[in-house]
Design a protein around this ligand. Structure first.
Ligand code: FAD
Length: 349
């Protein structure tokens, strides 16, 4: 236990795309007590002229490693879940950033706490959940977020972030922007409820519950239903490398959406915070990419939004395919797609 240092270490097993890259230097942080030592080690590395800032790694399920990372990697391995507040109605659960997300949900359900059930089976760690404000089946992390603790890996400063400080948006937060860079999230607090307010109207949740003959669902029933739907629909990274949705659904102005829908009948659109969200998967499919394969880089045959590694694709192969898709969508629809995963390396989308 403690701070583990690994030099020239393989990353293939540490990213769900299964990209066969190597890390020059990786620090695995297993205890908060080791933060001063980590900070000193990072300063020494910077003084030796190595590129910075460090890259934070959780479960590697929202990353595309395009080149061997030359900056040091900090792998988050802090563990621990506890209840830190209870007013009889809502309960604050604090989880260390290295805890796995889905097991945390199962723990909260076992305590009779509702709120996270629609986010079941999203891969990755607790610490990464606020970075892109993870979301699924009509719920986002921000709906139950209370606050988080973080350490700045460059300055060494520690601070807490409220929901407002995090500036959550659709698959977005302050941590994805220049003024929120270099923060290592160490723990996250979630406000959960003893009484369930179930959100069943998204996707196939209701149908799944009906098929299971459940008329008065509990939060655990919903988490199970969501997990079954996800297992059926999404490719398992253990079978075929992927990082879930590769592109975000673009948000566009209402007038542009109306004009596009008139020109492209069937384009799925839905209102979102005064703008309109349009289906990236539909546009990619229309451009003919669904199921396409270029070497070992591909687009999943059932999910136009999911790019896959059929075996030995390099990060640059996936990136090249992503660029091709983005170019075709922009030419046909006039909309520029944005990547959802973080692209690691000098080359960007
Ligand atoms: C099959 C599949 C399905 C998915 N479905 C969904 C979905 O439904 N909804 C959804 O929102 N996402 C989904 N994802 C994406 C991914 O699971 C989430 O974004 C998840 O939160 C990433 O967690 P991670 O620990 O793997 O993060 P990583 O991939 O390791 O890191 C992602 C980003 O967060 C940063 N980061 C990680 N940990 C920390 C930390 N402790 N402090 C600061 N920064 C940190 C990294 O530097 C990087 O920028 C899916 C992915 C896969 C493979």
């Amino acid at each position: 236990m403690g701070l583990v240092r690994l030099a020239d270490t393989p990353l293939r097993g540490l990213n769900t795309f299964g990209i066969d890259a190597r890390a020059r230097l990786l620090w695995r942080l297993e205890s908060l007590d080791d933060l001063p030592q980590l900070h000193q080690a990072l300063r020494d590395d910077a003084r030796s002229g190595h590129p910075q800032p460090p890259l934070v790694l959780g479960g590697g399920s929202n990353l595309l490693i395009a080149d061997d990372p030359q900056q040091p990697i900090v792998q988050m391995a802090l563990r621990g879940i506890r209840i830190v507040g209870d007013d009889g109605k809502s309960v604050i659960v604090q989880a260390a950033a290295g805890e796995a997300w889905d097991p945390l949900i199962r723990w909260t359900l076992s305590q009779g706490l509702a709120g996270l059930e629609n986010l079941a089976l999203i891969p990755g760690t607790v610490g990464a959940a606020p970075i892109q404000n993870i979301g699924a089946y009509g719920v986002e992390l921000r709906d139950c977020f209370e606050s988080l603790d973080a350490i700045n890996l460059v300055s060494g400063t520690a601070r807490s972030f409220s929901a407002d400080d995090c500036a959550f948006g659709y698959r977005d937060s302050v941590f994805k922007h220049a003024d929120g860079e270099n923060w290592l999230v160490t723990s996250v607090r979630l406000r959960l409820s003893r009484t369930a307010d179930l959100k069943l109207d998204y996707g196939e949740i209701r149908a799944e519950l009906t098929d299971a003959h459940i008329v008065a669902p509990t939060p655990t029933n919903v988490a199970d239903a969501v997990s079954r739907i996800r297992r059926r629909k999404l490719p398992d990274p253990a079978v075929i490398g992927n990082a879930g949705s590769f592109f975000k659904n673009p948000l566009i102005e209402t007038e542009l959406a109306a004009a596009l829908s008139a020109r492209e009948p069937g384009l799925p659109c839905w209102p979102s915070g005064g703008q309109v969200k349009v289906s990236a998967a539909w546009m990619i499919e229309r451009c003919g990419f669904k199921g396409m394969r270029v070497g070992d880089a591909g687009v999943h045959e059932r999910h136009a939004l999911v790019l896959v590694n059929h075996g030995h694709a390099r990060g640059s192969d996936i990136l090249a395919l992503a660029r091709q898709i983005r170019g075709a969508v922009e030419t046909r629809f006039g909309i520029r797609l944005e990547a959802e995963p973080m692209v690691v390396g000098a080359a960007q989308l």
